[in-house]
Design a protein around this ligand. Structure first.
Ligand code: BG6
Length: 285
């Protein structure tokens, strides 16, 4: 009989920051309990899938620069109060791991739950349950599941804000977003293009009505992103100037990262009535 080795361990850094280390015959991964933030996934012999800044914080209460931050219950700036944290509070608050499953030596599954949404009453006055299911195998699957436990409806915007590691920004081509309307959030204008995308300047866009998989073509690999429960995709690279202004990124890091985010943003926000559940999902292969 096949012996299944234990593949999910909790590790703690000297400052108390805790993360789950997942290892199986397909891949390794690291997921911070603060923010349910996956900050490493690697399928040997390939290099790591995600960029993580060498100057990033690994501290409770601070967002990690890289990996996959969970943006919830709003994406970007808060609609009416600019003092509230950008991208919501899920990425900087504690989560707990409520379930693990290791069906075979190649697959590990985890479910994390945001600890206490009620403590965030001042930030967002609704009762809800938020879970993140993560499946680590030769592909990476995530499902962000929101359930409305309130008697009132609420509207959320959200994102699985993936920072892909790339060989060099000059080498990459993004396919699957052509002929798709987008909002250029640098100028707040609506645009569309017919070609595949090369990045050669600051780029901050929310593509709308996306129904097809997206491919990131790099020198030695093609990353495919299949989204579910999402019709919006964010494409972001800070480029030279904004990169320099960011304290938690080294100066040339814009060359080795590209964010392609699985989102419910702009006109793709979701309103959930009492008792309703919505799942924002993605599989990266
Ligand atoms: C992207 C936004 O999703 O996240 C950008 O489109 C933003 O406008 C970027 O700059 C990083 O955000 P933050 O809050 O992690 O610095």
């Amino acid at each position: 009989m096949l012996k299944i080795v234990h593949m999910i361990e909790t590790k703690t850094l000297a400052n108390g920051f805790r993360y789950l280390f997942v290892s199986n015959k397909s891949a390794t991964a690291k997921i911070a309990l603060h923010g349910a933030h996956l900050f490493h996934y690697q399928r040997p012999p390939d290099p790591p899938l995600f960029y993580v800044s060498s100057t990033s914080h690994f501290e409770n209460g601070k967002a990690i620069r890289g990996g996959i931050p969970v943006c919830w219950p709003w994406f970007g700036k808060h609609k009416s109060d600019s003092k509230l944290p950008q991208h919501g509070f899920a990425r900087t608050t504690p989560w707990q791991c409520i379930e693990t499953a290791e069906s075979d030596n190649f697959t590990s599954e985890l479910t994390l739950q945001l600890e206490d949404i009620q403590e965030n009453d001042l930030l967002w006055p609704y009762k809800a349950e938020l879970c993140l299911k993560i499946k680590i195998s030769d592909t990476l699957t995530m499902q962000l599941i929101t359930t409305n436990l309130d008697s009132r409806s609420f509207t959320i915007s959200s994102a699985l804000h993936s920072y892909f590691a790339i060989s060099n920004i000059e080498n990459v081509l993004v396919k699957g977003l052509n002929n798709t309307p987008f909002v250029d959030t640098l100028t707040m204008t609506h645009k569309q293009h017919s070609d595949d995308i090369n990045i050669s300047r600051e780029t901050d866009r929310v593509y709308q009505d996306v129904h097809q998989p997206i491919e990131l073509h790099d020198a030695e690999r093609i990353i495919r992103i299949d989204n579910k429960g999402s019709k919006s995709v964010v494409l972001w690279n800070p480029w030279i100037e904004k990169n320099r202004q960011m304290a938690d990124m080294a100066d040339d890091d814009y060359k080795t990262m590209l964010c392609i985010e699985t989102a419910n943003a702009f006109k793709d926000v979701r309103t959930l009535v009492s008792g309703e559940t919505h799942t924002l999902g993605m599989t990266i292969s």
